[in-house]
Write a protein that binds this ligand. Structure first.
Ligand code: PEP
Length: 253
């Protein structure tokens, strides 16, 4: 139950400016030298909208792609002050987009609005990194599986192209807290997500499912033992080229 490529995706959130290009250059330099593994990895950096065009034009690397972090659900232009559409992001050079992040859900995104965003981003040929995850209370109450099932069923339309959707399991209680689920729990959850996708879509396609939440250069060794995990969505640690590179290096140690 595993995919061949390993994904290391950085979510820069609301950090970074033009000078942060050096972080990407350092990661690129590392990739070029990391010969044994660089073909097995997919590195994507999801940066603030203000930096997408600049980075996408500066970084011509087969190892690194640039992504966005959110978009408006409306497909075409419209009176939505402060928002950007999937089409604008695509034209700026984004290839990927994070949707359904818990930080956006806490600001009003719902399973329904996320479904529209996914549809809109797919229509622009962006690859989706769709975040799902339970709160600490939901976990305590034994609701993890039902929450994940609902998030998947209500946001992924059966007509969407699954090949273009990467799922990121990010328990909310783990984001930015230093806490991560136990290996046993993760194995169960990843099997559940992959089976659920098979059931809903009546497919044999094996979806790409990532783990996100406090991934760092130390806990990656433990996470690397879980073969069901196809890669990682990395928040805090992706803002430092050293930490991000150490995560990749330690994954293969
Ligand atoms: C995230 O925000 O997607 C994330 C995984 O953050 P962190 O790695 O900082 O927990």
């Amino acid at each position: 139950m595993t995919n061949k490529l390993k994904y290391f995706i950085g979510n820069w959130k609301m950090y970074g400016d033009f000078s942060s290009l050096k972080i990407i250059h350092q990661i690129q330099h590392f990739c070029i030298g990391f010969k044994k593994y660089n073909k097995k990895n997919k590195i994507i950096l999801c940066v603030p909208n203000t930096l997408i065009y600049f980075y996408a034009t500066k970084i011509k690397s087969k190892f690194i792609s640039i992504g966005a972090q959110n978009c408006h659900h409306h497909q075409s232009n419209g009176p939505f002050t402060g928002s950007v559409s999937a089409s604008m992001l695509k034209k700026s050079g984004a290839k990927y987009i994070i949707l359904g992040h818990s930080e956006n859900r806490s600001e009003g995104d719902t399973n329904q609005s996320i479904k529209r965003k996914i549809g809109s981003a797919l229509s622009q040929k962006l690859i989706i990194i769709f975040c799902i995850g339970e709160t600490f209370n939901e976990k305590k109450e034994g609701k993890t599986f039902s929450v994940l099932r609902k998030q998947i069923r209500s946001s992924i339309d059966k007509k969407y192209n699954l090949n273009k959707i990467i799922i990121a399991y990010e328990p909310l209680w783990s984001i930015g807290t230093g806490k991560i689920p136990k290996v046993k729990e993760l194995k169960k959850i990843f099997k559940f997500i992959k089976n659920e996708i098979k059931k809903i879509f009546k497919t044999r396609y094996l979806p790409i499912v990532l783990y996100g939440g406090s991934v760092n250069q130390n806990n990656i060794r433990m996470l690397s033992t879980i073969s069901e995990i196809d890669g990682f969505l990395i928040g805090g640690a992706s803002k430092s080229s050293k930490k991000f590179i150490d995560i990749i290096k330690n994954y293969y140690k």
